[in-house]
Design a protein around this ligand. Structure first.
Ligand code: ADP
Ligand code: ADP
Length: 233
């Protein structure tokens, strides 16, 4: 339970007569309680890996198990439902809709869904948790980068996902905002029990997580549990 397992995952992209092998025979599992970072050079396949885990794309080969269910064979509609139930995404670009307020942006994933709670109240509650109580009715253009990313995190949480997949969420932020966003992710993991898989280029952030997985040329070249060090001391 609370486990994502990737079994012999490969991903190719067909091009003009050439096939780009982006990931090759990846075997790895992720545990919800273990805050995991993925690091590696640009173009090594980190984003591709995350998009496969989050079922935004399908692997060329191999299976992905989500809490024992194989998701790799699901049809598109089932896959969309699976994402809605389990996954929240955040990216380097905040992808907020510019004409909607913070609250409306957070409610966005719920627009086409029936839920048994007040969408507005849920959005306001989350913005409050993100420290943005006074920005509920602000437009993205009236917010700093760090504040926009916190709106994006609230949006990623609005449908109560079990996992947050974060692709360089601090890549466009100054160090202060970066710390705020990172600390929020850490709190979501440790206090709210939400699984976090974070791609980052920042070694300082990676160091503060439980596990660092390093990817190079589409392969896992190292995988370090950092908590062990602390446990021994
Ligand atoms: P990273 O996140 O580590 O920077 P990516 O997963 O974004 O790496 O990309 C890995 C490689 O796969 C790159 O060479 C990239 O150009 C290629 N790639 C990624 N997505 C696609 C795609 N949709 N079509 C073709 N090539 C892609
Ligand atoms: P990030 O900043 O999250 O690493 P990238 O700029 O690497 O994002 O890629 C953004 C998106 O574009 C990803 O979904 C990736 O799969 C896709 N992509 C990256 N490289 C290529 C490529 N060469 N051809 C097509 N799509 C690509």
């Amino acid at each position: 339970k609370d486990l994502i397992v990737l079994e012999d995952i490969s991903k190719d992209y067909p091009g003009d007569g050439v096939i780009t092998k982006v990931l090759e025979s990846i075997n790895i599992s992720f545990e919800k309680g273990v805050f995991t970072t993925i690091i590696g050079p640009s173009g090594s396949g980190k984003s591709t890996l995350l998009s496969l885990i989050g079922a935004l794309d399908k692997p060329t080969k191999g299976n992905i198990y989500f809490e024992r269910e194989i998701i790799t064979n699901l049809k598109n509609r089932r896959l969309a439902n699976f994402r809605f139930e389990k996954i929240g995404f955040i990216f380097q670009q905040f992808h907020l809709l510019p004409t909607l307020t913070a609250m409306e942006n957070v409610m966005c994933p719920l627009f086409t869904r029936k839920v048994d709670y007040s969408k507005k109240e849920r959005a306001i509650e989350l913005l409050d948790e993100m420290g943005l109580k006074d920005k509920v009715h602000a437009l993205p253009s009236q917010l700093s980068g760090g504040q926009q990313q916190r709106v994006a995190i609230a949006r990623a949480l609005v449908h109560r996902p079990e996992w947050i997949l974060a692709d360089e969420p601090t890549g466009n932020l100054d160090s202060e905002s970066s710390k705020i966003v990172f600390d929020l992710l850490k709190k979501l993991n440790k206090e709210n029990g939400i699984g976090i898989i974070l791609i980052t280029h920042d070694p300082n952030l990676a160091k503060q997580t439980d596990r660092i997985v390093e990817i190079k040329d589409g392969k896992i070249v190292s995988d370090t549990l950092q908590t062990c060090k602390e446990d021994i001391v």
